[in-house]
Design a protein around this ligand. Structure first.
Ligand SMILES: C[S@@+](CC[C@H](N)C(=O)[O-])C[C@H]1O[C@@H](n2cnc3c(N)ncnc32)[C@H](O)[C@@H]1O
Length: 269
C-alpha cells in the first residue's frame, strides 16, 4: 500500500494550529481570571478609570466587535471565502486565533464601571456562587471534549493534513450531556458569567450582553446544523435548548412509548 503524499505546507499549517491552540489556552485561562477577578492584572472589576457613559460605550463596542467576529467567521459563506486563500486545514485554527485575539482585546480594553448590584456576605452563599462559577467553566471544558476537542480547536484538521490524510467531517453526535440539553457549552458560559457573589454594573452589562449574544448564536448555529444534519430537527424537538427537563423520559422509554425501534447512537440523544 502506498503512503499518502505529504503536503509541502503540512508542517507550517500544523505549527500554526498549535500556536493558535496555545493562544486559545492562554485566553481561556485569562477569561477565568478576568470574569472571576482572580490573579490577572486587569479584570472585569478593576478600578474605574473613565466616566460611566464612556465606559459603557467602550464596553458595548468591544462586546459587539467580538460578537460580529465570532458569528461572521462561523458562517459557511465566510469559511468558503477563507479556504480560497488558506489551506482548508488551517480554516478552523484561523477562527480559533481570531476569536482568542478578539477576546484578549476585550479583556485588555475593558473599562470597569463601579457600582454594586448585589453583594452577598453570607459565607455559604458566597461559596455556593463561587462553586457555580467553577462548575460553569468545567462544563465549558467538558463539553468541548464531548463534541471533539481536537476538531473544535483545529488540531485534528491540521494533524491529518500534516499526515497527508483526508479530513472527513465529523458525524453529528449527542454524547453525554448533549442528551440533557442541546447546548451544554453555552450553559457553562451562562453559569460562569452570572454566578458571582458580587455583581457590579460592569459585570451585569457583560452578563446581559453575552446572554443576548448566546441566544442569537444558538439560532445561527442551529440553522447551520440543520442544513448539514437533517436529524438535528428531531433532536431539537426532543431535547431542551439550555434547561434540562427533569421529568423527560429517557430516549429508550420515548421510543417504546411511540412503538419505535431504539437503535440509533447518533440521531437519538
Ligand atoms: C462552541 S461549540 C458549541 C456547541 C453547542 N452549541 C454547545 O453549547 O454545547 C460550536 C460548534 O459545535 C458544533 N456542534 C453543536 N452541537 C453539536 C453536536 N451535537 N454534535 C457535534 N457538533 C456540534 C457546531 O456545529 C459548532 O461548530
Amino acid at each position: 500500500m502506498s503512503t499518502p503524499a505529504r503536503p509541502r505546507l503540512g508542517p507550517l499549517v500544523f505549527a500554526y494550529a498549535l500556536a493558535s491552540y496555545l493562544v486559545f489556552l492562554a485566553t481561556f485561562l485569562y477569561a477565568i481570571g478576568f470574569v472571576g477577578n482572580l490573579l490577572v492584572p486587569r479584570s472585569i472589576d478593576s478600578p474605574a478609570l473613565v466616566p460611566l457613559g464612556d465606559a459603557l460605550l467602550v464596553n458595548l463596542g468591544l462586546l459587539g466587535a467580538f460578537a460580529v467576529q465570532h458569528s461572521l467567521m462561523a458562517r459557511p459563506a465566510f469559511k468558503r471565502g477563507l479556504v480560497r486563500v488558506l489551506p482548508a486545514a488551517a480554516e478552523r485554527s484561523t477562527y480559533v486565533l481570531a476569536s482568542s485575539l478578539a477576546l484578549l482585546a476585550l479583556f485588555w480594553f475593558w473599562q470597569p464601571m463601579g457600582g454594586v448590584v448585589w453583594d452577598l456576605h453570607e459565607p455559604f452563599a458566597r461559596g455556593a456562587l463561587l462553586g457555580l462559577y467553577a462548575f460553569g467553566w468545567c462544563l465549558v471544558l467538558v463539553s468541548t471534549f464531548l463534541i471533539n476537542h481536537a476538531d473544535l480547536f483545529g488540531l485534528r484538521q491540521a494533524w491529518l493534513y500534516l499526515r497527508g490524510r483526508p479530513c472527513p467531517p465529523l458525524a453529528f453526535d449527542t454524547p453525554g450531556l448533549y442528551r440533557l440539553v442541546r447546548h451544554p457549552l453555552y450553559l457553562g458560559w451562562l453559569f460562569a458569567f452570572w454566578a458571582t457573589p458580587t455583581m457590579t454594573v460592569a459585570h451585569l452589562v457583560f452578563a446581559l450582553m453575552t446572554t443576548a449574544y448566546i441566544v442569537v448564536a444558538i439560532q445561527l448555529e442551529e440553522n447551520d446544523l440543520l442544513a448539514v444534519h437533517p436529524e438535528y430537527a428531531d433532536y431539537r424537538r426532543r431535547v431542551p435548548m439550555l434547561i434540562p427537563n427533569p421529568v423527560r423520559k429517557p430516549p429508550a422509554a420515548q421510543a417504546a412509548a411511540q412503538h419505535l425501534p431504539h437503535d440509533s447512537k447518533r440521531t437519538t440523544p
